[in-house]
Write a new protein. Structure first.
Length: 68
């Protein structure tokens, strides 16, 4: 009985880890590519500086994208 419980917990942990990995990979694939300063301002965005992280384009809809 104890062995069955341990195997069940191991299976549940492996399943959860697999779902997390798929979700992380999908999030990376769905992210938008970097844009340039000119593209940012042409789209109505504002270029702002982040300390120690470079520049970001803040769009009017509340999203932000890194600047290349």
């Amino acid at each position: 009985m104890r062995m069955r419980r341990i195997l069940g917990l191991a299976l549940a942990a492996a399943t959860l880890a697999g779902v997390s990995a798929v979700g992380a990979a999908g999030g990376v694939a769905a992210s938008s590519p970097n844009i340039t300063r000119d593209e940012c301002t042409a789209a109505g965005g504002q270029v702002t500086a982040r300390p120690y992280a470079g520049y970001v384009c803040a769009m009017p809809d509340g999203t932000s994208q890194p600047i290349t």
